[in-house]
Write a protein that binds this ligand. Structure first.
Ligand code: ADP
Length: 184
């Protein structure tokens, strides 16, 4: 099963992706986690993307697409995966469709978590993970980037009739249950 977990920053994608990973026994791939780990380990990728993440902007499409394609070609993803943070632009979605096509594969579900903006800001400010992009100013930038660049990705998948919108307000368990019933 190949799943995209979609939504604005702070919607709870990472939290739910980890729970779904255990529930369905399919690995979770978070582009944000990969970038943060590369930055922490000062790898060439990390050096390249650090200032971009710090600013709350998007890493160039080509870099992300190459990274995801290489990652998804690994053995552990062969029985399916949960994508979190990708695709984040329409160009990435198109490239991902091409990747699926070339691999005779397809997308099974596009789950979009909806959460009102005031709640997103509150959640990010209170999660206290110490991320350099979790300041009020950077959150505003990330939400703006989401509205402009990322939200159109949902319209792209709506045209394919793949989108399932889930209410992202409630307890972690409640939201997990909603996602599970959407997937079943
Ligand atoms: P959140 O959804 O909470 O903002 P993520 O961990 O998904 O956090 O992403 C953190 C940052 O990593 C983004 O602000 C962006 O700079 C970069 N990033 C992650 N995924 C992508 C992507 N698919 N395309 C471009 N940039 C990305």
């Amino acid at each position: 099963m190949n799943i995209i977990l979609f939504g604005p920053p702070g919607a709870g994608k990472g939290t739910q992706a980890k729970l779904l990973q255990n529930e369905y026994n399919i690995p979770h791939l978070s582009t944000g986690d990969i970038f943060r780990s590369a930055i922490k380990n000062k790898t060439p990728l990390g050096v390249k993307v650090k200032s971009i993440l710090d600013a709350g902007e998007l890493v160039p499409d080509e870099t992300v697409v190459d990274l995801v394609a290489a990652e998804l070609s690994r053995e552990k993803y062969q029985d399916g995966y949960i994508l979190d943070g990708f695709p984040r632009t329409v160009a990435q979605a198109e490239a991902f469709d091409k990747f699926l096509d070339e691999n005779d594969d397809s997308l099974d579900a596009f789950i979009s978590l909806s959460v009102p903006e005031e709640e997103l800001i509150k959640r990010i400010l209170s999660r206290g993970e110490g991320r350099s992009d979790d300041t009020e100013e950077k959150i505003k930038t990330r939400l703006e980037v989401y509205r402009k660049e990322t939200k159109p990705v949902m319209d792209y998948y709506k045209k394919q009739d793949k989108v399932q919108e889930i209410d992202g307000l409630g307890s972690i368990d409640e939201i997990l249950e909603r996602i599970k019933s959407a997937l079943n």
